[in-house]
Ligand binder design. Structure first.
Ligand code: E4P
Length: 230
């Protein structure tokens, strides 16, 4: 499963990109508004940094407007994926944009039938909002599993399942087990994927023990060893 960062914050994106694990980024109008700054410049800068799919969302609510905005967004950078909402106008816009070779991420998916429609319209990605489904005391991960099964039962559907609205590390593990192609993860959760108190404790203990060794300089030792070895 590929990992995307769900953020428009360049500092956060730079930090996680530095780990060497980041395959893409998703934004939405709320995330862009939160950061301020110029929308298109931000999208361009993220694309340049990440060199992978970066979702930028249209705000038009009619098909013609979505197509116009989508075509303009796609020209901002070759890595832009146009994000459209899962409404009738969005399906029609997805079909039109996909027919022109523009990748579309269909967002705000809450049931498998919506995911099927998006895939049939030519979506490159479908974004089921598992956290928001859980918020309703329903089964967000069940939604991911059902979409996976629906897509796997039809070899013509190549839409990638992008698990969105992730709330905690367990969501990431379970999305991977459920067969999601991608999880898009907020910065705070991404950091939690890595940090574990026992990793920190173990690392501290190893260093404390190493401190008792008389010759601690591994690089100098290695150079001398390799030189002696010829
Ligand atoms: C990503 O594409 C979605 O916009 C995002 O994951 C929504 O997350 P939220 O439910 O935490 O706002």
């Amino acid at each position: 499963m590929k990992l995307f960062l769900d953020s428009a914050n360049l500092d956060h994106i730079k930090e996680i990109h530095g780990w060497g694990v980041l395959a893409g980024v998703t934004t939405n109008p709320s995330l862009i508004a939160k950061e301020g700054g110029d929308f298109l410049q931000t999208i361009h800068d993220i694309c340049e940094l990440v060199q992978g799919p970066v979702s930028a969302e249209v705000v038009a609510q009619d098909t013609a407007g979505m197509i116009r905005e989508g075509k303009l967004l796609a020209q901002v950078h070759e890595h832009v994926v146009v994000k459209v909402p899962l409404i009738a106008a969005g399906l029609a816009a997805t079909r039109a944009l996909a027919d022109e070779g523009i990748d579309v991420n269909v967002t705000l998916c809450f049931q498998p039938t919506q995911a099927l429609l998006a895939a049939l319209a030519g979506a490159a990605f479908i974004s089921p909002f598992l956290g928001r489904v859980d918020d309703l005391a329903l089964d967000g991960m069940g939604l991911i599993r059902e979409i996976r099964d629906v897509y796997d039962n039809d070899f013509d559907l190549e839409t990638q399942v992008l698990a969105a609205s992730i709330r905690h590390p367990r969501h990431v593990t379970e999305a991977a087990l459920a067969g999601a192609d991608v999880a898009t993860i907020p910065y705070g959760v991404f950091v939690k994927l890595l940090n574990h108190p026992q990793t920190a404790d173990g690392n501290r203990q190893f260093l404390a023990d190493w401190d008792t060794v008389p010759d601690k300089d591994i690089e100098a030792q290695a150079k001398a060893f390799l030189a002696a070895k010829g």
